[in-house]
Design a protein around this ligand. Sequence first.
Ligand code: GDP
Ligand code: MG
Length: 382
Amino acid sequence: ARGASLTDFAEKIGVDAASLVQVLFHLGEMVTATQSVNDETLQILGEELNYDVQVVSPEDEDRELLESFALGFGEDEGADEDMAPRPPVVTVMGHVDHGKTKLLDALRNANVVAKEAGGITQSIGAYQVTTEVDGQERAITFIDTPGHEAFTAMRARGAQATDIAVLVVAADDGVMPQTVEALNHAQAAGVPVVVAVNKVDKPDADPSKARGQLTEYGLVPEEYGGDTMFVDVSAKAGTGLDSLLESIVLTADAELDLRANPDQNAEGLAIEAHLDRGRGAVATVIVQRGTLRVGDTLVAGSAFGRVRALLDEFGNNIEEAPPSRPALVLGLTAVPGAGDNFMVVDDDRIARQIAEKREARERNAALAKRSGRRTLEDLMRE
Ligand code: GDP
Ligand code: MG
């Protein structure tokens, strides 16, 4: 059970809602039958009526629902040989004004693919670049919203979008409070860090200062015998960018085993979404496993719909998005939240049902909040 209306709850356990109102009245709580009650109250009611009320987390509830339809979530399906390498997904973090935005722009513009496509990237919240490492073409996905706020917001929702963090430190400034904060977040999430020592074009740049300072925080440069890659870059002059890309790929290869099964229903994360005047609800998703295709039915948070079109970061229509590929999805019924999971389901009705369940959950949570009541979930978060 979850924070639901008394009527729903009564129906579930097969009793009259009015009698629940009475029980609660005797316990000193004035609640009407249509009102939403929190998990605690449901548990108390359960005890009074000798029912074993279990509070289910939203994730468990989704999983249960999916299991009843014989669908998995959150894990690759299939055997080991079904897994294929996937590109790393990277977040750029660091102190304000150290050059995160400039670096993301420089990487986007320096990309060969971007030039071939006409060089005009649209801001969809993420983009992919390619680089050659050991004679092999390798892709990297960058999440385009710099800063650790997006990172922590998503993590708070249980979403792990990032495989590697690029920590930007300005060579003239060195380590600053938000550098340390960003580093803490990455380390808490167990995400490997590549350090971009930026602004090396400046006359007062001292790239070795950042190296020395970060060593004290446990990031020991490879050249000092550690295992963290530091790369000198200038986002302004466009230098060091290829080395940075290579270091990201090498760090991924050394520390992570990034693989996913491309041959299953797609799952992943919505990282950005909004209502577009002409196109309706649009969401940028990053596919984490499986392959997303035009025509697929998907649920993203409390939104669902059939994928009418998929666009890449150049605004080009694409037919499918494999693991780690960001894509703009058109065709959803509503705007999902940043950090919401999405998944493709085989049946439109299931999509609708899951979306409706999630919406009801959000509504209940909002109601509980407005009435000043706290759900168990809130208490656990505190
Ligand atoms: P953010 O707050 O980390 O996103 O930093 P920005 O990308 O907005 O950059 C802050 C300022 O530093 C801007 O004025 C940039 O033009 C400048 N900047 C960024 N990278 C470089 C660089 O490599 N060299 C120089 N000289 N200036 C840079
Ligand atoms: Mg910025």
